[in-house]
Design a protein around this ligand. Structure first.
Ligand SMILES: [Zn+2]
Length: 225
């Protein structure tokens, strides 16, 4: 499923075709004709006789094959898979949310302007570290990897080591503020200004009844005792 989604590049039909190919590949059938008379073949290199011999293949129309087919060709699953053609997953979004929490802690209240500017800082940090992040290299220019044991596949796998987390944008911002302070003629065009939004008309508070005067509140408070 991962492979089919990762390689379909937004093409829903290509995604479904790759996914459905499981029912052919598992039966040692790597080239086939579909119901519409179209020819298809697996993306892998042709298998040698030895490779074919080393694998256990499914017998077509066996009980196991019918069970597999009913899962793979399930109409609801195929419909849901259309949504996966762009191969987006939520990892980077979660990373962004945690960057947002650094600038916008939930325990504190901020003004609308404060929220907006703090969001911008989180965008800058996210762009600097996640969007533009590259794999780290050694002094001799070799890509750096970490060897980790995968519990799922039960083997050692390589994981990319990325460049360390930075907050270079803060230095850049401070420098630009100082430059502007020293020379008021400097004009900045901030690309982020395209995100400008007017302040929404918010009520001062969300209570359904107006706040009574302090005197009235004190009187009624005392009268209760
Ligand atoms: Zn195949």
């Amino acid at each position: 499923m991962w492979f089919a989604c990762a390689t379909s590049k937004g093409d829903v039909e290509a995604l479904k075709c790759r996914w459905k190919s499981i029912t052919h590949h598992e039966c040692n059938e790597h080239e086939w004709t579909d119901d519409n008379g179209e020819q298809h073949r697996c993306d892998h290199a042709p298998l040698t006789a030895q490779e074919k011999k080393n694998r256990m293949w499914m017998r077509k129309y066996s009980m196991a094959f019918q069970d597999l087919s009913s899962l793979v060709l399930d109409k609801r699953l195929l419909r849901d898979m259309e949504k996966m053609a762009l191969f987006k997953h939520t990892g980077p979004l979660e990373v962004f949310h945690s960057a947002l929490l650094k600038y916008l802690p939930k325990r504190q209240a901020f003004s609308f302007q404060g929220m907006k500017e703090r969001c911008h800082l989180a965008f800058l940090e996210h762009n600097e570290n996640i969007v533009k992040r590259k794999q780290d290299t050694t002094k001799t220019g070799q890509a750096r990897f970490n060897q980790v044991f995968s519990k799922r596949s039960k083997q050692w796998v390589l994981k990319k080591i990325f460049t360390p987390h930075t907050t270079q944008f803060i230095d850049t911002l401070i420098k630009r503020v100082m430059d502007r302070r020293r020379n008021p003629n400097i004009q900045f065009t901030l690309p982020i200004s395209s995100l400008a939004m007017p302040q929404p008309a918010l009520p001062p508070n969300i209570t359904p009844v107006p706040k009574p005067s302090k005197e009235a509140a004190t009187t009624s408070f005392q009268s209760r005792f």
